[in-house]
Structure formats: structure tokens, C-alpha cells
Design a protein around this ligand. Structure first.
Ligand code: GLU
Length: 295
């Protein structure tokens, strides 16, 4: 087997049907291309007691098996620091003392895309930095050499998006998601990233950071999200949306799998399906490009 795909949930609560659908897709993409399938717990923040294990139990209940041990980000802090050390050595970092409010109220830099960091702390002198450091802990930002980067996505084609001076390490010392993802995808040999399309705009930043760290850039597949009846992103409060909720309604995991498969145009309503059948049928070209509304 060459390469690997992955599912990387944050253990901040139970997985809902939208998350499970993304996990199913990540598994299908990986297994249908002879890749390993790896699971990573993105537990650098927002951890809820017991949720890591329940997430793994739910994946297993659907039959979504993975290779090797689950990787916990909280056990990998030294690797994120190593990456920061390398970026610092190549002149690609700077300390930032801005509060969220200061960033929002700063005039945006000319030609900068919406929401991009305006670069306020990029050009601080050493004495300005020392002065600011007396009152506030610094976040560490990437000193980016580019403002755009293009990635290749199975569903979105060539996608070009903004790369700003994004945060690598927060003021409280926590490695930022964009850094941890890139370091871990590199360490785990991930060459196929399948995840919700809310993260499509993060892909150019992450791909650019991979290049700076001499890591291969993965191929992406950003898949449509699940929505509730109001057209908002599906959430736990939207009713019986977890596997446990569904169980209490009398639905077995295999019936839930069929609901997910039907939503992906992979089976008829109430057709009994199993994962191996889905694997045989899987064809990324027939996947819906619109979000899935669950009600
Ligand atoms: N941990 C992220 C989430 O649960 C996913 C990150 C990724 O797949 O890159 O939304």
C-alpha cells in the first residue's frame, strides 16, 4: 500500500451524522485507492471527557476500520516546536501582540483578502517588540512570502486561496491547528486529505506551510457538509443526529450506514448495504456536490 488517508476529529463531543458521513467518505477514498486509513485525535483544545473513545466506538460500529494506533496531537508537542524552530531559522516567523479586537479594527493591508491578518506586527522593531512583550504574551505568526497558493482538489479542481501571516502558536503556547495538521499529515505520510468543505479555504495555507517545511503537499477532497432543516450546518442540538440518538430510535448502525450511503447517491432508500458493497460502488465522480440536508 502506498500513501494514506485519514480522519482527524476533534474530541469535543460525539460525532453527528455529518461527521460520520465525512468519515465514511474519507474511508472510501482511502480504501478504494489502496491507501492506509489513519485516525488522529485533534485534541489540542476543546476536549470533552470520554468523547475520544465514543468517537472511535462509533467509527468501529459503522465498520470504518483504521490502521495502527490513533495519533493524539497532545502527545506531539515537541514535533510542533521542532517545526517552529525550523521556520524561525529560515526567517519565517514573527511575534504578534495583537488582540482579536485590534486585528478587526486595523485597516486591512492593500490587496489583502478579507479576514487576512493586516501585518501589524510584521515590521516591529526590536525595541517595540520588547516594549509590547512586557504587557502581553506573544502569539507566533508565519512570515509568509506569498499571498496566494493553489491546491489540487478532487471535487473542486485547482483551487487558489489566500495565504496570510496565520498563527503558528497561540499566545497561550498552544500550537495552532494549521501548524499541527501540516506537521502530523507529514509525519503520518498522509497524501490524501478528505474533510468537510468548510476547511477548503484553509488548504492553501496548509499546503504552503508544507512546502516551507519540505513536506509533500497532499491531494485534497473537500466534501459537502450536512445541513439542518434551516439550511445551517448540522449540530448536536438538531435532534437525533448521533449514532447513540439513532440507536434509541431503533436504528442499527447498518441502517444509519444506509442513510449515509443514500445521501451520497450510493444506494436506494432502505436498500440494505454493507461497507464492502459501498467500496465496490464508490466513484468520486458521482458524489453530490451540494450539501446534504438532514431532517
Ligand atoms: N479536527 C478538524 C475537525 O474536526 C479536522 C481537521 C482536518 O481534517 O484537517 O473539524
Amino acid at each position: 500500500m502506498t500513501g494514506a488517508g485519514r480522519f482527524a476529529p476533534s474530541p469535543s463531543g460525539d460525532l453527528h451524522l455529518g461527521n460520520l458521513r465525512t468519515a465514511l467518505l474519507a474511508w472510501l477514498f482511502a480504501r478504494s485507492t489502496d491507501r492506509r486509513f489513519l485516525v488522529r485525535a485533534e485534541d489540542l483544545d476543546r476536549v470533552r471527557e470520554g468523547s475520544r473513545q465514543r468517537q472511535l466506538d462509533d467509527l468501529a460500529a459503522l465498520g470504518l476500520n483504521w490502521d495502527g494506533d490513533v495519533l493524539d496531537q497532545s502527545a506531539r508537542l515537541e514535533y510542533y516546536e521542532d517545526a517552529i524552530t525550523r521556520l524561525r531559522a529560515s526567517g519565517h516567523t514573527y511575534e504578534c501582540f495583537c488582540t482579536r479586537r485590534e486585528i478587526l479594527s486595523a485597516p486591512s493591508a492593500p490587496h489583502a483578502p478579507d479576514g487576512a491578518y493586516p501585518g501589524t506586527c510584521r515590521t516591529l522593531t526590536e525595541s517595540q517588540r520588547r516594549e509590547k512583550a512586557r504587557t502581553r504574551p506573544a502569539a507566533l505568526r508565519l512570515r509568509s512570502d506569498t499571498s496566494m497558493f493553489t491546491v489540487s482538489d478532487v471535487l473542486h479542481g485547482e483551487y487558489t486561496g489566500a495565504v496570510d501571516d496565520f498563527v503558528l502558536r497561540r499566545g497561550d503556547g498552544t500550537p495552532a491547528y494549521n501548524l499541527a495538521v501540516v506537521v502530523d499529515d507529514g509525519a503520518q505520510g498522509i497524501d490524501q486529505v478528505v474533510r468537510g468543505d468548510d476547511l477548503l479555504t484553509s488548504a492553501p495555507r496548509q499546503a504552503y506551510l508544507s512546502v516551507l517545511l519540505d513536506l509533500p503537499v497532499p491531494r485534497y477532497a473537500h466534501v459537502p457538509l450536512a445541513l439542518n432543516a434551516e439550511g445551517k450546518r448540522l449540530a448536536k442540538r438538531d435532534g437525533a443526529v448521533t449514532l447513540t440518538d439513532q440507536k434509541s430510535l431503533g436504528r442499527t448502525p447498518m441502517q444509519v450506514l444506509a442513510v449515509l450511503a443514500e445521501s451520497l447517491n450510493m444506494c436506494r432508500a432502505d436498500e440494505p448495504v454493507d461497507l464492502l458493497t459501498l467500496l465496490e460502488r464508490f466513484d468520486p465522480r458521482t458524489l453530490p456536490r451540494q450539501p446534504w440536508t438532514f431532517s
